[in-house]
Design a protein around this ligand. Structure first.
Ligand code: OSB
Ligand code: MG
Length: 369
């Protein structure tokens, strides 16, 4: 495998619907795409960093800088046997996992296309369909929330996650539970609580949630362990799990019982597989998270979700919830049974539509040594 062309693009795309979390509201998604070329094939990756450092420290600006000045120079015109070797070549650069993931995942797509196999097969996945859940943002009022959840249930999603924050937690959950008694329901706090507010989270125990995602700060594994001992509801960690080592540490401490895997947060597919395997070894189920990706990041997520220990429905929802049109054809659709087909063509198995990418592009940089 040889790459003699790497291109960075910064894009801005309006979301179909704005998305509110405990850390802010997104109405337009600014994101980076990485395109790699080698031996007549092309591969694409998407950086999940936001314009702002609220979900994580990385932003589109830091990722652009680190990719341009540090990551791309380590990969351009370098002969690789397999994309699993990419992370080792980047290991002297500390952190910046979202930036690393964007180019690492592009190289997995390139490799799979060169092999003429679907990315899912190259990653070791076996499923041809995946189970879909949906993530519903904070709404202006409870009535709007009930309407949105009813809509998503009607669309077939197998579980609903709602975003919570202090002041928008027990009441929305209690209302949804009364209205949808059998719905697999979970909440995601995006680190908005402190251990001192544990009583609020313990109050959620009576609603039979499938899990509570990332209640406390990213760095507080020990405090998550204290909280988990007080809760019947499993804690799922998202922001805290930045590597397979961190996942293993979380299990040792008893900080969570479920893990949200996002390759964009973990540095790419190789580290995601390592996290998946550590979790499987510890008997911890995983599910695939989402970061409001375009069809390019979404395609990567769908392929990774085919690994065996992804036993819970992910935040991998239909294209039309995010961008119309999506950057890829065909768009990702969810069946009435709440499932999504895994593309079976080479690599990502979707067509990236150049005019749509071009129209949304703010900056484009082609790197050659
Ligand atoms: O915490 O899982 C999260 C979106 C942006 C940033 C963080 C998160 C999310 C979501 C949405 O929950 C998942 C999606 O629909 O892509
Ligand atoms: Mg989350």
């Amino acid at each position: 495998m040889y790459t003699d062309f790497i291109e960075l693009r910064r894009l801005r795309l309006p979301l179909v619907r704005s998305f509110e979390t405990s850390f802010g509201t997104t109405t337009e998604r600014e994101l980076l795409l990485v395109r790699v070329r080698g031996e007549g094939e092309e591969g694409w990756g998407e950086c999940v960093a936001d314009e702002t450092p609220y979900y994580s420290a990385e932003t589109t600006t830091t990722a652009w800088y680190v990719l341009r000045d540090y990551l791309v120079p380590r990969l351009l015109r370098r002969r690789l046997g397999h994309p699993r070797e990419v992370m080792a070549l980047l290991s002297d650069v500390r952190g910046h996992r979202m930036a690393k993931a964007a180019v690492e995942m592009a190289l997995w797509d390139l490799y799979a296309r060169q092999e003429g196999r679907p990315l899912s097969h190259v990653l070791g996945g076996t499923r041809t369909r995946i189970a879909c859940g949906v993530s519903v943002g904070i709404q202006p009022d409870i009535g709007a929330l009930v309407d949105r959840v009813a809509e998503e249930c009607a669309a077939g999603y197998q579980r609903v996650k709602i975003k919570i924050k202090p002041g928008w937690d027990v009441e929305p959950v209690a209302t949804l539970r009364a209205r949808f008694p059998d719905l697999p329901l979970m909440v995601d706090a995006n680190a908005a609580y402190e251990l001192a507010m544990a009583d609020l989270l313990v109050a959620l125990d009576e609603f039979g949630l499938t899990m509570i995602e990332q209640p406390l700060d990213e760095e507080d594994l020990g405090e998550h362990a204290v909280l988990q001992r007080r809760l019947r509801t499993p804690i799922c960690l998202d922001e805290s799990i930045v590597s397979a080592r961190r996942a293993a540490e979380a299990f040792t401490l008893g900080a969570c019982r479920v893990v949200n895997v996002k390759p964009g947060r973990l540095g790419g597919h190789a580290e995601s597989r390592a996290v998946h395997d550590v979790c499987a070894g510890a008997g911890v189920p995983v599910w695939h998270g989402g970061m409001l990706e375009t069809g390019i990041g979404r395609a990567h997520n769908v392929h990774l979700s085919t690994l065996a220990n992804f036993t819970l429905p992910g935040d991998v929802a239909a294209s039309t919830r995010y961008f119309v049109p999506d950057l890829v054809e065909p768009p990702f659709v969810v069946s009435p049974a709440g499932e999504m087909d895994v593309p079976q063509g080479p690599g990502l198995g979707v067509t990236i539509v150049p005019e749509r990418v071009e129209r949304a592009t703010l900056d484009c940089l082609t790197l050659n040594p």
